[in-house]
Design a protein around this ligand. Structure first.
Ligand code: ATP
Ligand code: MG
Length: 692
């Protein structure tokens, strides 16, 4: 059976106990970075290696399709092929497609692609105002209920048991929920949402013995990563998969529970050894991901946690060599925070840290915009996680077409990497990296694709071009992109399970983290759990960092407005307050001085200007006015706010230093290569036309 060498030396003693435990229930309860994901991957490989199970009989469930793709790749590089690694939903979708005819005959069904209009119709139907907020709130509430195994009938009753406040009148929410379910049965078939997939799979296995029999022949061994975030509905599916069997390995960290709002609960993890009294339970404490400096901060932050999850916390022991202590910065505004972060990133890049090893993490999606802007200004390539996926980029679509064309030719040698390189030359893959932001981005995407093809060929020696194309299609459908040479922007939620050399945790103020709703829940009804979940999110963020960790926050939204924001409570007693000028190196937390007289600036307008209005400007006011007029035209043309083109401060610097060529222009803060490419010529033109 054993067709590969499994190097169990790559695990420590505790990890090895879990990886090599005999078939049967295993629970790994361990902190961040302790090698949980690594251990289950080895466990699967070991079970296969020892002939306990064939790879086709293993179903590994991960939290995201990216994680699933990564697990398949790691198994592949250990020589294990054929393991099913999927998310709950992807696994359920596949199974339902297969089993549907047996349980529902020829009744047609399809996936709901957008629930919003259906809920909206249901909201109107019960006579409520279908405002966007109402529909969205009720939609999440229905999702929570379904994930928690609560039907429309039982909804009102269940609120009490869950100590939960409905977003609207509970009776009405229940009615909307009921209508929503009814509206999904349409004359031309059934609409199923993601939760319905799980419900139907569980239902089929529970009620149709033939289906259960066939399924259980197919899958024998189950592995679940990030088990602390399993919902009751997912657990029901897992139980249905297992039947009376117990060949189940789960791993998780209760202190990383961050999806409670969707109905997830760490109780299944924490009660595992009660459910299976013969379970092998392993605890891991050595954190191989991070430096002791990072784990120290993580330990201090989670030490303050309360509640059931907190009872299981372990002190992480950072196994990496010592590194820099985490830094903390208060900035005057979001814009300045973003600029300074971009500056720090440039420093790291200059020190040789790869862009793909740097991440900026924030609480909510909308926070990314200002950082995207600052990175673009600084000419730093980035990607937003959950944004436009790698495989959907224009150049990658073109590249895939080029590969298909090449695969039809019969006169080429069997060297997929060489063929790809040659084919991509025609669509922008020059031998050296080109100038210009657009061309460079295209070049980087294409190089990343060549790298990916090389990896595929390395892991599957002898594979031909059609084989490579199939593999690429599989990855595309998993949304799993090769690591691009770009900085990652991500929400804290989406960063779960991932790691980077350098992590920037930004926007660390009250109302952002913890988010306002959590603060309200605590204030209105003494519900601490919502705040605890936010604390765990912060902990998840900290533990993503291997070496560099930079925490920052802005004291106001915009430059020059009142400093109304407060640093997050999660740093209270962890680091000293940094409000005053003497604290720390933050440029923005120092009082601003006038560029002309060097006196302090107090009035907001003066701060924006960078000088007292009464002090004579060093800038050429005529140039400044001309630049502003030019900017207004551009902003109007592209339909975006003016500061997106250039900020006032940047225009002022231009009007002060009056650059006459591109080099002069590039030396101004706020003008990066991308902006240069886009506006450089026009700006120089404006300046010179006023001057002559
Ligand atoms: P999280 O809780 O964040 O999901 P995790 O427990 O799943 O973390 P992994 O992602 O498996 O942790 O491992 C963290 C890092 O430590 C990875 O880079 C992994 O390769 C490395 N690692 C794990 N175990 C060892 C070991 N025994 N020796 C060296 N490196 C290890
Ligand atoms: Mg993990």
């Amino acid at each position: 059976m054993s067709s590969f060498e499994l190097d169990l030396e790559a695990l420590d003693d505790d990890q090895r106990v879990a990886a090599t435990a005999p078939r049967g229930p295993v629970c790994i309860l361990a902190g961040a970075g302790t090698g949980k994901t690594r251990t289950i991957t080895y466990r699967i490989a070991h079970l296969v290696d020892q002939g306990f199970v064939s790879p086709q009989r293993v179903l590994a469930v991960t939290f995201t399709s990216k994680a699933a793709g990564e697990m398949r790749d790691r198994l592949l590089s250990m020589g294990v092929t054929g393991v099913q690694a999927r998310t709950f939903h992807a696994a359920a979708l596949r199974q339902l497609r297969y089993f549907w005819p047996q349980v529902a005959g020829d009744l047609p069904w399809r996936l709901v692609d957008n629930k919003f209009p259906i809920v909206s119709r249901a909201v109107r139907n019960v006579g409520m105002d279908p405002s966007k907020e109402t529909v969205r709130d009720i939609l999440s509430e229905i999702e929570w209920a379904k994930a928690s195994l609560i039907s429309a009938d039982g909804y009102v009753e269940a609120l009490k048991a869950h100590d939960r406040i409905a977003p609207k009148d509970p009776m009405k929410v229940a009615k909307v929920y009921q209508r929503y379910e009814e509206f999904k049965s349409q004359p031309d078939g059934m609409l199923l949402d993601f939760d319905d997939l799980l419900i139907h799979v569980a239902g089929a296995l529970e009620n149709a013995p033939a289906v259960a029999e066939e399924f259980r022949q197919q899958y024998r061994t189950f592995v679940v990563d990030e088990y602390q975030d399993v919902t009751p509905l997912q657990q029901r599916v897992l139980n249905a998969w297992l039947g009376e069997r117990d060949d189940l390995t789960v791993v998780g960290d209760a202190n990383q529970t961050i999806y409670s709002f969707t109905g997830a609960s760490p109780d299944f993890l924490l009660d595992f050894s009660k459910t299976y009294d013969n379970a092998t339970v392993v605890k891991l404490q050595r954190d191989y991901r991070s430096t002791p400096q990072v784990t120290d901060l993580a330990n201090t932050v989670i030490d303050k946690a309360v509640g059931r999850a907190a009872g299981t916390r372990l002190r992480l022991e950072g196994m990496r060599d010592p590194g820099p202590v985490p830094k903390f910065h208060a900035y005057e505004s979001e814009e300045i925070e973003a600029k300074e972060v971009a500056g720090e990133i440039l420093t790291l890049l200059n020190q040789g840290v790869a862009a793909s090893e740097i991440a900026i993490l924030y609480r909510t999606n909308f926070q990314s915009a200002v950082f995207e802007e600052a990175l673009a200004d600084a000419g730093i390539v980035y990607q937003v996680r959950g944004g436009d996926g790698f495989f959907h980029r224009q150049e990658i679509i073109e590249a895939t077409r080029a590969l298909h064309r090449a695969a039809r030719r019969t006169d080429l040698p069997n060297d997929p990497v060489a063929i790809a390189k040659a084919a991509f030359m025609e669509i922008g893959l020059s031998s050296a990296e080109p100038e210009g932001a657009q061309a460079r981005e295209r070049w980087q995407s294409l190089s990343a694709l060549v790298d990916l093809i090389s990896t595929i060929v390395r892991d599957q020696p002898g594979i031909d071009l059609p084989g490579v194309i199939v593999d690429l299609q599989r990855r595309a459908s998993n949304k799993q992109a090769p690591t691009m040479e770009g900085v990652t922007l991500s929400t804290l939620h989406a960063a779960k399970g991932l790691e980077w050399d350098a992590v920037f945790l930004v926007g660390l103020t009250e109302k952002l983290l913890p988010i306002n709703q959590a603060i309200k829940a605590q204030g209105d009804r003494g519900d601490d759990e919502a705040i605890e979940e936010e604390r765990r999110l912060f902990y998840v963020g900290i533990t993503r960092a291997r070496i560099h960790l930079l925490c920052s926050w802005a004291l106001a939204k915009t430059t020059g407005s009142r400093a109304s924001r407060q640093r997050t409570r999660f740093l209270d007693g962890v680091v000293p307050e940094l409000g005053d000028a003497s604290a720390h190196t933050s440029r923005a937390s120092r009082p601003k001085r006038c560029r002309v007289c060097n006196g302090y600036l107090n009035a907001p307008a003066d701060k924006v200007l960078g000088r007292h209005e009464t002090c004579e400007s060093l800038a050429d006011e005529e140039v400044f006015t001309a630049l502003r007029q030019w900017r207004a035209r551009v902003a109007k043309d592209i339909g975006k706010p003016a500061y997106v083109v250039f900020t006032d401060a940047t225009l002022l610097s231009m009007a002060e230093s009056l650059p006459s060529d591109k080099n002069g222009l590039l030396s101004i803060s706020g003008v990066g290569p991308a902006k240069m490419e886009q506006y450089g010529d026009e700006v120089l033109e404006v300046i010179s036309s006023v001057r002559t």
